[in-house]
Design a protein around this ligand. Sequence first.
Ligand code: ZN
Length: 346
Amino acid sequence: MNVLVIAPHPDDESIGCGGAICLHADRGHRVTTVFLTSGEYGLRELSKEAAWRVREREAERAGEILGVASVEFLRRPDQYLEEDTIDAARALKPILQRENPEVLYLTHERDFHPDHRATVPIVQAAVHAAGIAEPTLLSYEVLTPLSEFDRVEDISLVMRRKLMAVRAHRSQIRQFRYDLAFRAMNKYRSVVARAGRYAEVFRVAGESMSGISLPCRADPGWHRFYTATQEITEIIPTEAAFILPGEAISEVSALVAPRRCIPFLEKGGGYWGKPADDAAAIRELERQRESGASFIVFVSSTFWWLEYYAGFREYLCERFPCVRENEQIVVFDLRKAARVSIGLTA
Ligand SMILES: [Zn+2]
């Protein structure tokens, strides 16, 4: 999976989503960081070129610590991004086309810093111009906290690396203790969201979650659910279709796009209720396999299916490899059926 992090200035990436970057890198994802400006305003005593050299070197060092695969500098004017949206979007476009990211991190539109706010329309224009499928846009917080969040990342295990990465931006830490500020913020987030010792939170920008209500996203169960969908994106290729028993279809679809999520039972493209019995479930499974479904995914709210439809479970277990089974999800790979001489028949 490709991940793009857009930072208005060097250090925003480490402060806002340094933990998430580490976790992506550790999962084997390719992370590219794009710095819209090289932060000359943060070193006003130096010439622009000298300031760029210092801050870009710091950004590269932070990238190494976080596990970033590629670092790009667009050198747009620091403090004046609002007046530069067209040119900045033009410079960003080829990187979007090259990386074709599935997830994109950016600052949020309520940030007090004008460059951070301007980043939102820059990214939107660049995604549109690039003609790529819209990635999941995740807004991060730098010094202005998000008033609402949709997802939480427990970063306890990578907090030390995040701290090192932020401190790699030495020229900035000398002026302001960003490290103390975000450590307190990440601590606060972990308590509020009940996620480990330190946590980062993100808000989904763009349309992908518009169908999911805010009360639903504020529920602590939502974050477990979100983690489950992240596992789906790791297992199931982007071009694949998978069967999802139960009613969570609209929520899951929004989070795993462009993977196609097939309701089960399905009729006319929508959810059509539970199967009457094992035989009906098996018949429907085979019908969906023939029309291209390559996986079936049970999330924790539908684990009871595997008890209740015991014959269906047996059918799945005998014929298809179970590629993930934990407290969040159970996934069977339907692409290759094992030959079975005995067992249930549809
Ligand atoms: Zn910034």
